[in-house]
Design a protein around this ligand. Structure first.
Ligand code: AQP
Length: 332
């Protein structure tokens, strides 16, 4: 059976982009794949995280998976740091990946910003850890938003180089799974930037914890142009904010953007935004409510994470043993 690995960073402010681009798709995949879903806390600390907040945010990511419909009996839900095999394989991959490859990663450039000298080494080496997350389970598919495609290509390069260097066909070449109409949800304040946990503006994103009033307010304040919605999808070109809101509507309603425009062509945003608010409250609101309910019982979430770690460790151990053998490490 093909195997899925995917993760979300517990860095707070879990948002609609994380839901539509990743978490929502995790549920259906359980039908056809063996799935491992991870709260990637070791990735999160590549930038500073308050320790108490990190613990709570890690549970929150697990609760979001459960709230969205991931079944912990079928799928494995883990916190990354509880399965040390990830870190062990990441070190080996640090020695396989080339500096030139990492230098091309656009996410590092975006996240490090102008003050690159001050970025953590972990932020730079992040894609190697991501490759290890996936390869330690020999996962074949990774559901991600489009922003992660480059990192997955790097995972393939690392896997291929490892296999070539050691003359062993150990790692598969992983494939991205990219879904639907909102594979890249953009900021509500700036249609050229992706919706992000780390954006300083709360108005840039709709989060799992937003209630109806917050969702309504954020959408009311969402930046748009002054024109009504066009008749055809081509009319959204060069209108990034309008395209984003139509894309979100389409994703939430499971429609194509064109079908949304068939319904709203000619409508001003004063009509479209309330309709989008109603839809977001109907489709996304209950997920957030369920996440909050689960967060009220942290022991339950911890028990699921504990069981997940044991199952994950059992899958990762033989892969790591195989890797150590071909690398030439002595057995303990
Ligand atoms: N705006 C987005 N639209 C669609 N998908 C998105 N994802 C993230 N942002 C969007 C997808 O969510 C999954 C988890 O992402 P992550 O936690 O690894 O963080 P990230 O990709 O770095 O993005 P964030 O959530 O905005 O965090 P910060 O602010 O820290 O950069 C991934 O599958 C991602 O594609």
């Amino acid at each position: 059976m093909s195997r899925i690995f995917s993760g979300v960073q517990p860095s707070g402010n879990l948002h609609l982009g994380n839901y539509l681009g990743a978490i929502r798709n995790f549920v259906g995949l359980q039908e056809d794949y063996e799935c491992i879903y991870c709260a990637v806390d070791m990735h999160a600390i590549t930038v500073w995280q308050d320790p108490a907040a990190l613990r709570s945010n890690t549970r929150e990511v697990a609760a979001a998976y459960l709230a969205a419909g991931v079944d912990p009996k079928r799928s494995i839900i883990i916190a990354q740091s509880t399965v040390p095999a990830h870190a062990e394989l990441a070190w080996i991959f640090n020695c396989v990946a080339r500096l030139g490859w990492l230098n091309r990663m656009t996410q590092f450039k975006e996240k490090a910003g102008k003050n690159r000298e001050n970025a953590s080494v972990g932020l730079y080496a992040y894609p190697n850890l991501m490759a290890a997350d996936i390869m330690v389970y020999k996962a074949t598919h990774v559901p991600v938003g489009e922003d992660q495609k480059q990192h997955l290509e790097l995972t393939r390069d690392i896997a291929q180089k490892f296999n070539n260097d050691y003359g062993a066909e150990i790692f598969p070449l992983v494939e991205p799974l990219i879904f639907g109409e909102a594979t890249r949800v953009m900021s509500l304040r700036d249609g050229s930037k992706k919706m992000s946990k780390s954006d300083p503006s709360d108005y840039s994103r709709i989060t799992f914890t937003d209630d109806r009033d917050s969702i309504a307010l954020k959408l009311r304040k969402a930046r748009t142009d002054a024109d009504p919605l066009p008749e055809r999808e081509e009319g959204l070109k060069n209108r990034p904010e309008a395209a984003n809101l139509v894309g979100i509507y389409a994703a939430l309603a499971d429609l194509t953007k064109q079908k949304v425009l068939d319904e709203f062509a000619g409508a001003p945003f004063s009509v479209f935004k309330p309709a989008l608010t109603d839809l977001a409250v109907e489709k996304f609101g209950p997920i957030g409510e369920e996440m909050k309910r689960l967060m009220a019982d942290p022991a339950h979430v911890d028990a699921i994470l504990h069981e997940g770690a044991e199952r994950a460790e059992a899958l990762a151990a033989p892969v790591l043993a195989e890797v150590k053998e071909v690398v030439g490490f002595l057995r303990p």
